[in-house]
Each structure stands twice: as C-alpha cells, then as structure tokens.
Design a protein around this ligand. Structure first.
Ligand SMILES: *[C@@H]1O[C@H](CO)[C@@H](O)[C@H](O)[C@H]1NC(C)=O
Ligand SMILES: *[C@@H]1O[C@H](CO)[C@@H](O)[C@H](O)[C@H]1NC(C)=O
Ligand SMILES: *[C@@H]1O[C@H](CO)[C@@H](O)[C@H](O)[C@H]1NC(C)=O
Ligand SMILES: *[C@@H]1O[C@H](CO)[C@@H](O)[C@H](O)[C@H]1NC(C)=O
Ligand SMILES: *[C@@H]1O[C@H](CO)[C@@H](O)[C@H](O)[C@H]1NC(C)=O
Ligand SMILES: *[C@@H]1O[C@H](CO)[C@@H](O)[C@H](O)[C@H]1NC(C)=O
Ligand SMILES: *[C@@H]1O[C@H](CO)[C@@H](O)[C@H](O)[C@H]1NC(C)=O
Ligand SMILES: *[C@@H]1O[C@H](CO)[C@@H](O)[C@H](O)[C@H]1NC(C)=O
Ligand SMILES: *[C@@H]1O[C@H](CO)[C@@H](O)[C@H](O)[C@H]1NC(C)=O
Ligand SMILES: *[C@@H]1O[C@H](CO)[C@@H](O)[C@H](O)[C@H]1NC(C)=O
Length: 841
C-alpha cells in the first residue's frame, strides 16, 4: 500500500523548529509554525508547494520534469525546468497551467547568448534537496548551477529573486512561452523593450481536465542590475537584434520552444524578476504587477503574505499539551491546503463582468464533501464569494460547473454536485452577496433540463431519470451527450443531488418541490438487488448479499461484480474512470457506493439488514481494504458508524487512517490532494467533527487534541470542544458522556449553530466504548425511520477490537485513463495505480 512506503526524503525545511525552541506558554503560538507546504508534493499528492496567497492567482514555484508534476514542484529526484507563476494544487488531470517560466543561467558558454540552452527539454537542472525551503508565501531552492532562487507573491504577481555566484560573466534569464503540459496553441507572442527589458505578451493554452482553451498574458520586469542586452529566442537560437516574436504551435516538437531573454552586466550577483499575469490583456498584467509590487520589496511582500495566511488560519487553535509537532503539522498543513485552491480571479474574467469570480473548482466532485464545508466554518465570507461566483457562472454559461479550471469547463465525474455545495452553504446560513432565488433556479435547471453536452455540465439521462427513476445502463438518450457509463454511481449521486435541492426548497418554502425532490432522492432504491452476492477474485464468497446493480431500460438487471474497480480489484483490464469503456461506477466499486445514501442512512441500514449487519459490512469494507481512503468517496464511510449507533467505531476508524495514511511528509498523502480535499478530511477528522455535507450535521468524535477552539469570523464567537480524560497516546478515544453548554448532551451530532453561536462541547473520554450516542434518539437525521435498533444487542460487552493495519499487495496498474486521443487525464484518486505506471511503487 502506498501509505506504508517509507519516505526516503531528507529533511525538508528548517522552518519547523521554532516551536520547540520557544519555552512559551502552550496556549499562544504561531499557527504558521506548523504549516509545511511540501506535504503531499510527491507520490501523487500533486500538492502545490510554492508561494501563494490564500486563494491567490499567482502561485510561484520551481517546476520539475517529474512524470507527476501536476502541482509544478515534485521532489522525487526529477530536475527543475523553470520557475513559473500559475498553478493548481492536488489535481489529477494533466498538469495545469505552469505558464511563462523564468529560467536563469549564471553565464552562457563563451559569453554568447547561443551558448545558453533555451528549450525546456534540454535545460533541466538538478538541485540539492536540503536547499528546498517552503513556508506560507515563500519558496526557495538552490540549483546545482549555484544559482539561489527564491520567490514570494501578491494576488496576481510573483516576485523572484535570483542570486548568481560571483563571476565576471553575464547572467541570463529567459522567459519561456510554455506551460507544464506543453499545451500552447498557435501564435504565442512576446515583445521585449530594448531599454527597460520589460517583456509582455501572451498565448493560448488548453485546460488540464476540460474543454475549450484559455488565453493568459504576462508582463515581466527586472530590477536590481544593469541590463546588458535582451531579445528573443526561437527553438535553440537567440538574438539580441530581434525584440518581437510570434511563434507557431508547430506540428513537430510541439510546442516549438520560444520566448525572451535578458542579460545583465558582467559580475551581476542579484536580479529581481517580477512576473504579473492576467487573463484580460498584458496591460492589465503590467498594471497588476506595478500596483501589487511597486518597489520590488521582497521582504515586505513576504510579510504581507505571511500575515494573510496567519489571519486565515489562526481562528483555529488547539491545546498542544502532549501533542507531537508532527501531529500539529498534519493538522495545520491540512487546513492551509484548503485555501490554496479555489482561486480568486475577480477582475480577471474576460468573458463576463461580476462582483466576484472564482475559478479552479477542481472538481466539485471532490470539493463538496469536506473542503467547502470546512471553509464554511473557517472562512464563510470567502465561501459566500465562491457560491455567488458559481451562481453567476450559471447565469452566464447556462449551467453550474461541476469542474472548472483556467476559465474553462471541466469534466463532470458523476452528478451535478454543485447542487450539494449550494445546499450545504444555504442551510448553514451563507448569504452575503448571494441571491438564493437565482441559486435555486440554477439547481432546478440541473435537475430538470438536460444539457446538450453533459460531459461538462448538468446531468445526462434526465428522461429516464424522471420516467424510470434510475439511469439505465445503455440508456437511450438522444437529447444530450456524454460518456454513457457510470449509470449506477450517477443514479446514486443524482439521488443525493435531488435531496440537496429539497433542502434549499424547504428553506425557500417551496413546499411542492420539497415533496417532489425528496421523492426523487429515493431513486437509489431502484437499483438495489436484494439477492446479489459478491465473491473475491479467487471465488470465495464475501458472505454479503444485497448490492446495487445496473439496470437496463427494459427494467431487467444488468450485472457488475460488486468488487469491480475496488481497491482490491487486481484485474489489469478493469477500466474505472471517464473512459467510454469504463463500467457503471466511477473510480470506485459497488461495494463502496453501497454506502452512498447520505440522506437516508436509516433506510439504507434497514435495506442492508439492520444496524449490526450494517456495521459488519462497513467493517468489512475497511478491513478488507475494499475502500481506498485516497479518494473522496471513502471519506464519509469512516464516520457512517454514527448512523448505526456506534460512534465509537467512527473515532476508532479515524485513528486507523490518521496518521498512517496521512503522514506529514512530502510523500505522505494516499492520493491526489484534490485541491485540498484530503487536507480538509484530515482537519475535520482531527477536530473531532465530520460533516455529512449538504446537511446541517456534524458527526461528533473525540478530537486528536485535548481541546480545539474555532472562532467564527462571522460572529466573533468561539466554539470549543474540550476533552476530559484526554490521552495523547489515543487509548482513551471513546466518548463516555458529553455536555453542550453545560447541559448533558447525548446526540452523536451537532449542527452549524455550534460554530456560529460559539458553543462549548465537553467530552468525557475513556478507554471503552460506552452507550453514549447509541440510542435511536441520539442518531443524526435521516429521511426514513430508524428501525431494528436494539442497543443492548449492538453494544455487547465485547469491546471493539483494536484495528490492525494489514498490508495489501500493490495493485498491478489498473487502468484508470487510457484513451490516447484524450488530452486530459482524470481526477486520479487512485494514484497508487498511476504510481505503479510511474514506477513509484
Ligand atoms: C531528493 O529526494 C528525492 C526523494 O524525494 C530522491 O529521489 C532524490 O534522489 C533526492 N536527491 C538527492 C540529491 O538526494
Ligand atoms: C496566427 O498569426 C498568423 C499571422 O499573423 C495569422 O495568419 C493566423 O490567423 C493566426 N492564427 C491564430 C490561430 O490566431
Ligand atoms: C479557443 O476557443 C475559442 C472559443 O471557443 C475558439 O474560437 C478558438 O478557435 C480557440 N482557439 C484555439 C487556438 O484553439
Ligand atoms: C507544550 O506543547 C508541547 C507540544 O508542542 C508539548 O510537548 C508539551 O508537553 C507542552 N507543555 C506543557 C507544559 O503543556
Ligand atoms: C477576491 O478578490 C477581490 C478583488 O481583489 C477582493 O475584493 C476579494 O476580497 C477577494 N476575495 C477573497 C475571498 O479573497
Ligand atoms: C418561509 O416560511 C416561514 C414560516 O411561514 C417564514 O418564517 C419564512 O420567512 C419563509 N421564508 C421564505 C424564504 O419565504
Ligand atoms: C434474484 O432476484 C431477481 C429479482 O430481483 C430474480 O429475478 C432472480 O431470479 C433472483 N436470482 C436468484 C439467483 O435468486
Ligand atoms: C480469497 O481471497 C480472500 C481475500 O483476499 C481471502 O480472505 C481468502 O482467504 C481467499 N480464499 C482462498 C480460498 O484463497
Ligand atoms: C432487456 O434488455 C437487455 C439489454 O438490451 C437484454 O439483454 C434483455 O434480454 C432484455 N430483457 C427483456 C426481458 O427484454
Ligand atoms: C461522564 O463520564 C466520566 C468519565 O467516565 C464520569 O466520571 C462521569 O461520572 C460521567 N458523568 C455522567 C453525568 O455520567
């Protein structure tokens, strides 16, 4: 298993030692001490490790030529090809952005410009791992060429500092018109100002997991040294006599290397390079840069970035008593990553004007489950801007995005999951700047109108959905078009989307719609086949009966092995993603999707044989490693024991996965961070509250700290969870009883008012599972009725056995994405499969 791979990394940065040396009281500390941006930067985590503001558009880092360089910098022994300004974080498609890299030379051979190597493929240079420094708002590395490069950022501008070894030569910095994916189209352009060396231009690129294209512009300025000469390069040759270049995409060696260069007076030891970017035009790139970084003050800019991050994260504090730095780093770095993406492109949208415009929702399928709910607690005003932006996007493009990056439509993975995100924000009272009637119209359109191209928006198969109550395998759908797979997981997701809509309808007093969409939210029942069995590949029956199965238009059952595309599916021919040869479940198995009825766990529990059988099956899912915690559908399964009256088992399971599968190391994430989704899973789990997203419900577990405080930025009130009997070795993880604001509290969940009203939850912990939160009256809300609960039988005197990690043999490269004519990749939760293809296992 990926999680047990031993990291071979040498020490990361030295930024983490401050806390140990300060003998300060434990109650006050700098939260940023515990943020390590390098966590998840290798081994398929694809985390952006560089300098950014919260939701910043400029994201500066060293780009590597790793086969898994989606986030730019991947410390896996690959080499550095340049320092670019635009990135996404944690994504699984093709590498995103990475536009307009600088690359420095201390000198060119024989002091001739052609003595420097221009093309990206040939200029890559190694670096020493021990020189890498990454802290919020800052990234630095020393190249083996002796050049020290560090960088910080403003919202749309990067500031790079190049320090050259002392010599009598002329250093050169080139600016490359490429991106990470080499997706540049025709007519990239650059103009170099002979006097100032300012470089302006732009080019058209392709999005990394979507359709269409985007144009990005730049404006580069240099400061701190005397200019010797400048010009452009095309392919492997350069000249100071030419100042303007318009370059083709080329049919060979695509895209043709091209860009600008600038040389400095002999003996120059330091140059500041400022890179402004804009989606509007290069004038705006220049004005952004001039406004945001007027005087090349590196320290001042870095301090501003650090302050911005501290303000965002410091509303959450914990008791550090007995807690290792590694645990704290895991927690705070997870929180940090929730605010790297989405990106604030306000005033940078060339397509329509809007109050606020956010991009890099990459993808809603990942974000709705815990990242956006986490931000709803910690940064509600930003969530309000994001939701307003989603609704605005629907107004202008006709549909809510399911995935969006670089101003383009991204691919839909399952349902119309922006519906869930809107519902979650709505029921938690997010309203500033949002017209909820427009929001409601947007989700209703998802539910009622089929788009022509449902591979990038809305839902397919709506005729069948309305008439049959499920998405048939091999549906007859002539109204809209998309990949005709995933009928089973789409049925389950559409069911939940409709429930989400019913929640907004309830708040807006649309009584008829509440009924209508609640009824449709029960469509999952139509695919449950009570006598379906499941066997392992070796033929041994798993012992479980009753699974979802695909169904044809004529209402007869189709068939898919419930373990197909599970984590233990070792068949190399299994196809599990957006390929048109894939099966009826997306990126996971029927086994795992069997639990995906977030709104009606009561009925699901009855359907699966009652609470004891449900717990048994959930244990089997985890213990047999059928589920894979490195992909988002697994998140809620960790905590679903709550619904069967066994909250203790959820807590136990959270400790089973954290930190074993989520280690605070470069290679420590089990899959793509997916824009911070994994980070939010860690943060919520360690706080001791996990959302059932789209509902006003947080499931209560024992926090990983003696206390956790969260100050609501909206109300200024502080919510606190305190444990008595806390044990930092995590033997006492079982809640014995609880009080909320001093009153006994037996429910195993709380609602959002806990945060906004600053309540206090006190948990008394012990080493044994107790009866707390186990009675039907204690269980979270569910559409159907809880039946068959008998706490005496459920909670026998047997205590839950200790959970032991089992090594599962690495899967032989199950195919997740294979269509060669398809440019983009896919949300690769299953990076272990990808990893083996990359030779990383
Ligand atoms: C740096 O670390 C990576 C692992 O992350 C390793 O592959 C590489 O060999 C290391 N490089 C050096 C020079 O130690
Ligand atoms: C690229 O520039 C050439 C020459 O100016 C022009 O003929 C061509 O139409 C342009 N192509 C695109 C895609 O803009
Ligand atoms: C980019 O997209 C626009 C709008 O769809 C289209 O007109 C244009 O041809 C595309 N450009 C390239 C280079 O693909
Ligand atoms: C303070 O916190 C550290 C962890 O950062 C912990 O090791 C130590 O025990 C705590 N000290 C006190 C007095 O609580
Ligand atoms: C997004 O950017 C706009 C324009 O700079 C700014 O007004 C707004 O506060 C930003 N929003 C967030 C959440 O950072
Ligand atoms: C819905 O009805 C309730 C009760 O009549 C009322 O308090 C509330 O303001 C109404 N909400 C809306 C959005 O109309
Ligand atoms: C399973 O149930 C279906 C009806 O849902 C029935 O048609 C089929 O014969 C049953 N199969 C077995 C093996 O009992
Ligand atoms: C078949 O595989 C399962 C799961 O790996 C295992 O538990 C079981 O013992 C195997 N049975 C046989 C007969 O090998
Ligand atoms: C229903 O459709 C499936 C798929 O086309 C076909 O295999 C099956 O025979 C049909 N069943 C009936 C009863 O028509
Ligand atoms: C709560 O649990 C603690 C620890 O087991 C125990 O000491 C205390 O008496 C309990 N309180 C109530 C009200 O049951």
């Amino acid at each position: 298993m990926i999680a047990f791979r031993i990291s071979l990394l040498v020490a990361l940065s030295n930024s983490l030692s401050a806390a140990q040396t300060e003998p300060d009281a434990n109650s006050t500390y700098d939260v940023l001490t515990y943020v390590d941006p390098l966590i998840g930067s290798s081994n398929g985590g694809n985390v952006f490790a560089g300098a950014t503001l919260p939701y910043g558009m400029a994201k500066a880092v060293a780009d590597t030529n790793s086969g898994s360089n989606q986030g730019g910098f991947t410390p896996d022994g690959s080499q550095i090809t340049g320092f670019s300004t635009m990135h996404d974080s944690g994504t699984g498609g093709s590498p995103s952005l990475g536009n307009f890299a600088f690359f420095p030379y201390a000198s060119c051979a024989e002091d001739q410009v052609d003595g420097c190597v221009f093309p990206k493929k040939s200029r890559a240079v190694s670096y020493d791992n021990s020189t890498v420094k990454a802290t919020p708002g800052y990234f630095g590395v020393t190249l083996n060429s002796g050049i020290v490069v560090d960088m910080t950022v403003a919202q749309h501008t990067s500031l790079f500092r190049f320090k050259f070894p002392a010599s009598k030569q002329s250093p050169l910095i080139l600016l490359d018109l490429t991106d990470l994916s080499d997706s540049r189209q025709d007519n990239g352009s650059i103009s170099v100002n002979a006097q100032t060396g300012q470089m302006t231009g732009g080019a058209v690129f392709l999005p990394s997991f979507g359709s269409g294209n985007y144009t990005l512009y730049f404006c580069a300025d240099f400061s701190g040294a005397t200019v010797k000469d400048n010009g452009i390069f095309s392919n492997s040759r350069a000249s100071a006599d030419v100042k303007n270049l318009k370059i083709s995409r080329s049919i060979n060696g695509y895209p043709l290397p091209g860009g600008g260069f600038i040389r400095f007076a002999p003996g120059t030891t330091e140059v500041m390079a400022r890179m402004g970017v804009s989606f509007i035009n290069s004038q705006q790139a220049c004005s952004n840069a001039a406004k945001e970084v007027p005087n090349y003050d590196f320290q001042g800019l870095q301090t501003t970035a650090v302050t911005a991050w501290r303000n965002k994260i410091s509303p959450i504090t914990v008791s550090r008593t007995g807690i290792s730095d590694s645990t704290l780093r895991n927690f705070y770095s997870g929180i940090y990553r929730t605010m790297v993406n989405p990106q604030n492109y306000t005033n940078e949208n060339p397509v329509w004007k809007s109050e606020s415009y956010f991009d890099s929702f990459y993808c809603m399928w990942d974000l709705w489950r815990s990242q956006l709910p986490f931000l709803t607690i910690l940064d509600p005003s930003s969530v309000a801007q994001m939701i307003a932006s989603l609704i605005d996007t629907q107004k202008h493009l006709g549909w809510l995005p399911d995935c969006r990056m670089s101003l383009c439509k991204g691919f839909t993975q399952g349902g119309s999951n922006a519906d869930n995100a809107l519902a979650d924000a709505y029921i938690k009272g997010i309203s500033t700047g949002i017209n909820w009637n427009d929001g409601y119209a947007a989700v209703i359109k998802d539910a009622e109108v089929e788009p022509y191209d449902w591979s990038v928006e809305g839902r397919g198969g709506l005729d069948s959905w309305k008439s049959l109550g499920y998405i048939p395998v091999q549906d007859f759908d002539y109204k809209g078009f998309g990949t005709m797979t995933r009928s089973l997981s789409r049925t389950l997701e559409y069911s939940y989307n409709d429930f989400a809509i019913s929640q907004i309808a309830a708040g807006l007093n649309k009584t008829n719609d509440v009924q209508k969409y609640q009824t449709r939210s029960s469509n999952w029942k139509h695919l449950f086949k009570a006598n379906q069995t499941s066997s392992f590949a070796n033929g041994t029956n798993t012992g479980y009966t009753g699974f979802f199965q695909p169904k044809y238009l004529n209402q007869t059952w189709g068939s898919q092995d419930p373990l197909y595309c599970s984590n233990i599916d070792t068949n190399p021919n299994s196809v599990c993603s957006l390929q048109n040869t894939a099966g009826e479940t997306f990126e996971s198995s029927i086994w795992e999707y069997s639990f995906f009825v977030p709104h009606d766990q009561a009925t699901l529990i009855t359907t699966l044989g009652g609470p004891a059988a449900f717990v048994n099956r959930l244990n089997f899912l985890h213990d047999q490693q059928i589920t894979y915690i490195g992909n988002e559908p697994a998140f809620l399964t960790v905590f679903q024991y709550h619904y069967a009256g066994r909250p203790a088992l959820s807590t136990q399971r959270a400790h089973y996965y954290i930190p074993a599968y989520f280690q605070p190391t470069e290679s420590g994430l089990p899959g793509n961070d997916d824009s911070g989704a994994m980070g939010s899973f860690v943060a919520f789990s360690m706080m001791g509250l996990f959302p059932n997203p789209g509902q006003n419900v947080y499931l209560i577990s024992a926090p990983f700290f003696e206390s956790v405080s969260i100050k609501s930025p909206l109300t200024g009130k502080t919510a606190t969870i305190r444990n008595t009997g806390f044990d930092p070795t995590y033997k006492n993880i079982f809640i014995q009883n609880a009080t909320l604001n001093g009153e006994p509290y037996t429910k195993n969940w709380i609602d959002h008012s806990f945060f906004t009203e600053g309540k206090e939850l006190v948990l008394h912990l012990g080493a044994k599972e107790s009866a707390w939160g186990t009675h039907v009256a204690d269980l979270p809300p569910s559409l159907g009725k809880y039946t068959g609960f008998d706490n005496a039988a459920l909670l026998s005197s047997d205590q839950p056995p200790e959970l032991v990690h089992k090594a599962v043999p690495a899967r032989p490269g199950m195919t997740l994405w294979q269509e060669p004519d398809f440019v983009a990749g896919i949300d690769m939760g299953h990076m272990h499969a990808m990893g083996s293809a990359l030779g990383a296992v």
